[in-house]
Every structure is written in structure tokens, then in C-alpha cells.
Design a protein. Structure first.
Length: 265
């Protein structure tokens, strides 16, 4: 079983004193992070697309075998109409990671407003058409996508299904485990139900520390997912004050994995 554990993002100032040493320069955060985890989810690309040089420099700071998962830009998943340019820029930006063998996959996170309609199924088809040769995992936020029809479509399009752990609120995705491609994927968002919809600052939604008992519920499910896939990624997005790193290490211990665990080349 090839299970890789990491966090959603790494460049957080509020991790100082919790995960990073207080005096660590920001430019050294990725290097330090990669000494502790074998993979990272790059979320900054959702807000702005870097040039290829940015990923070239990032790849130089980590050991061979380290894996980057890159989130699709918001114009690729949240735009009201199809925009071809973001896909072109995104592909170009990823080239250094592909050449270095460090691109794990692309994460396409769609909003809660992206509902299970025929039009939106066509959006998924177009997404695959624009990135035909890249491994892609889709995260739905709306529970209306939970159906055998959805899973069949994802398999047909060679798109992975992102399993999630998040508050069990009406309309949000339940804690289900499903494999629709060679990539297994789980995102742990925390269970802060009180702050999920109502918060003053975005980070409040993800201010949650899992207990060992809560994570232990996932162990047999993750093992099952890993048996059905070639590679399984586990990412912790409960990032406030380094809680993600703490829970990632806790999950590694539960799975008897020693970090950093770099995948076989």
C-alpha cells in the first residue's frame, strides 16, 4: 500500500511556534516541511497562478520522490463560463513538476453551488478534455453528487473522487470512501460545525483538532481505499496554528507509517 500523508498548504505564519521554529525564514518553510512529510497540497494556485519558475524553485527545495498536489485555479472550477486561458497557464506552470516526476495530481475543488446537473456533468467532461493526460481528483462540496451515476461518470473520465471528513451538516458531503481512479484521496477539513458557514475569518472554519479516536475511525477505511488504488493521499486542511501537522503525524502513527515516507520511484 502506498499511502502519502501531508497537509493542505505549508506557508502559514501562524504555524510558527507550533510546527515551524519561530526564527525560520519564510523561504525555508518548504524545505523544513519536506523533512517531515512526503507530500503537500499546494492551495495557493487556487487564488493566483504562478509561472513555471516558481514550481522549478519549489522542486529544488525538496528531496527526489516528494509529491506536489496542485489545486486548480478558481477560474477553472468556479467561473460561470468556460475560460480556456487558465487551463493553458496552469498546464504550463506544472511542467517543471512533471519533468521532475514530482506532480502527484491536480485537485479540482468545486463549490457547494456546483450541483449535480447535466450542465455541470458537462463541466467535468470539459475539465478532463482540457487536461487529458494529467491525473485529476475532484472534490465536491454538495452532497447531491453522492450517487452511482456520479461514480460511473468519474470512472469514465478517469477522474478520482475526493473523500472528505467535514462537519455533518445538511447538504455537505458525508464521510464516504470511494475509489474511481488509481488515486485514492482523503481531505480532513475538521469538524467545526459552528464556524463552517458563519465565521468572521476564513481560517475559523478549519480551526479544529481531531482526537485520536476520531482519526482511528478512518484507519480501516483508508486501508481499504489503499488496497483499491495505486496511491492514496491523505491531506489535513485543519491548518490553523499547525493543527494539520499534529493530526497528520497522529494519523501516520495510527497507520504505522513513519514520516517522512517518500514514495518508491
Amino acid at each position: 500500500m502506498d499511502i502519502l500523508i501531508g497537509t493542505s498548504g505549508f506557508s502559514y505564519e501562524d504555524w510558527r511556534g507550533y510546527f515551524y521554529p519561530q526564527e525560520l525564514p519564510k523561504r525555508e518553510m518548504l524545505r523544513y516541511y519536506a523533512e517531515h512529510f512526503p507530500t503537500v497540497e499546494v492551495n495557493a494556485t487556487y487564488y493566483s497562478l504562478p509561472g513555471p519558475a516558481t514550481f522549478y524553485q519549489m522542486a529544488r527545495k525538496v528531496a527526489p520522490g516528494f509529491q506536489f498536489v496542485v489545486k486548480a485555479h478558481k477560474d477553472m472550477t468556479h467561473a460561470e463560463e468556460f475560460l480556456p486561458e487558465p487551463f493553458q497557464l496552469f498546464r504550463a506552470a506544472l511542467e517543471p513538476l512533471q519533468e521532475a516526476g514530482m506532480l502527484g495530481c491536480v485537485l479540482a475543488q468545486f463549490p457547494w453551488s456546483f450541483k449535480a446537473t447535466p450542465e455541470n456533468r458537462s463541466v467535468l467532461e470539459r475539465f478532463r478534455h482540457e487536461l487529458p493526460d494529467l491525473p485529476v481528483v475532484v472534490e465536491f462540496r454538495n452532497s447531491g453528487w453522492v450517487s452511482e451515476e456520479t461514480y460511473a461518470l468519474l470512472r469514465q473520465l478517469r477522474l478520482g473522487f475526493c473523500c472528505v471528513d467535514e462537519p455533518q451538516l445538511k447538504g455537505l458531503m458525508p464521510r464516504i470512501v470511494k475509489a474511481t481512479s488509481p488515486i485514492g484521496y482523503v481531505r480532513f477539513h475538521g469538524r467545526n460545525a459552528a464556524k463552517w458557514w458563519q465565521h468572521e475569518h476564513a481560517y475559523e472554519r478549519y480551526d479544529y483538532l481531531y482526537t485520536e479516536e476520531e482519526l482511528a475511525e478512518w484507519v480501516p477505511r483508508i486501508q481499504e481505499l489503499a488496497e483499491e488504488t495505486e496511491k492514496t493521499y491523505l491531506f489535513f486542511n485543519n491548518h490553523y496554528e499547525g493543527k494539520a501537522g499534529q493530526n497528520a503525524q497522529m494519523m501516520a502513527n495510527l497507520l504505522n507509517l513513519k514520516l517522512p515516507l517518500v514514495p518508491a520511484s
